[in-house]
Ligand binder design. Structure first.
Ligand code: 6PG
Length: 227
C-alpha cells in the first residue's frame, strides 16, 4: 500500500485527529486501541492536545513505547517521562495498560521482558492499531539508527541496540513489530529533514525510516513546519 503523505499547517490538530480516529475505529471493531508512542520532541504538543480531548475511551487503550533510552523513568532523557508528563498523567489509562520499556534495567533483560509481555497476547507478532514514529535528520526512527545491529533483526519484536553515535544502548521496536501494525504514522514537524524525506519518498535513500513498510497496514506521513 502506498504511503499517505499529508502536508499540514495544523500539525498538532491533524495528528490528534488521526490518533482519535484510529482509537474510535479500533475500539468499535475490537474493543481495544493499541497505541505505541514515539519519543523525541515532536510528539509532546500532540500528546498535550490529545490529553485535552474528551472523546477517547481511555479505559480501552493499551499504551506501548516504540523505543526508550536506557535511563530511569524519571530521567530527563526518558521517553516515558515525556509521555507521562504530557499525556499519561492527565488521562485515565489503567496503569496495567501502560507497558513501559524499563530503561533502568540491563538493556538485554529489559528487551526480553518487554518482548515476553507482547508475546503474552498470543499473537505470532503483536499487532498495534497505531504506531507513532518520528524521524531523525539521519533517517533513523524509533532507535533504529543507520548502521546498527537492530536493522538486521528479522525475528524478535523488541531488542537492545547499541548506538555508536551516542555510545549508548537503546531499546527499540524492530521492523517485524513495526511492520505488523494496522497503521504506522510518522510525525515530522521540524526543518532540517527535507533532504532525507525526499530520498525516503523517492526510494533513493536506504534509511532506517525507508524500511518501515507495514505488511498489510497503512503508512501515513504527517508533515508540518512547511515540510
Ligand atoms: C527518540 C525517538 C526518535 C525520535 C527522532 C525524532 O527516542 O528520540 O524515538 O526516534 O522520534 O529522533 O526526534 P524529534 O521529534 O525530536 O525530531
Amino acid at each position: 500500500m502506498d504511503p499517505q503523505i499529508v502536508h499540514t499547517a495544523d500539525f498538532v490538530e491533524e495528528a490528534v485527529g488521526l490518533i482519535v480516529a484510529a482509537a474510535r475505529e479500533a475500539i468499535a471493531e475490537r474493543g481495544q486501541f493499541r497505541l505505541s508512542l514515539s519519543g523525541g520532541n515532536t510528539p509532546k504538543p500532540v500528546y498535550q492536545a490529545l490529553a485535552a480531548r474528551t472523546d477517547v475511551d481511555w479505559s480501552k487503550v493499551l499504551i506501548t513505547f516504540g523505543d526508550e533510552r536506557c535511563v530511569p523513568p524519571d530521567n530527563a532523557q526518558s521517553n516515558y517521562r515525556m509521555a507521562r508528563e504530557a499525556l499519561l498523567d492527565h488521562v485515565p489509562v489503567p496503569s496495567g495498560q501502560i507497558l513501559r520499556l524499563k530503561g533502568e534495567m540491563p538493556p538485554g533483560e529489559a528487551a526480553r521482558e518487554y518482548e515476553q509481555a507482547l508475546a503474552s497476547f498470543g499473537e505470532p507478532v503483536f499487532q498495534h492499531d497505531l504506531i507513532l514514529l518520528g524521524m531523525g535528520d539521519d533517517g533513523h526512527t524509533a532507535s533504529l539508527f543507520p548502521g546498527t545491529a537492530a536493522l538486521q533483526e528479522t525475528r524478535r519484536m523488541v531488542v537492545e541496540n547499541y548506538v555508536p553515535k551516542f555510545l549508548v544502548y537503546r531499546l527499540t521496536f524492530t521492523y517485524p513489530l513495526l511492520n505488523a501494525a494496522r497503521q504506522v504514522a510518522f510525525l515530522v514537524n521540524s526543518s532540517g529533514k527535507e533532504h532525507v524525506l525526499s530520498r525516503v519518498f523517492d526510494g533513493s535513500g536506504d534509511f532506517p525510516s525507508t524500511r518501515v513498510q507495514p505488511t498489510s497496514g497503512r503508512l501515513t506521513w504527517l508533515l508540518g513546519g512547511g515540510l
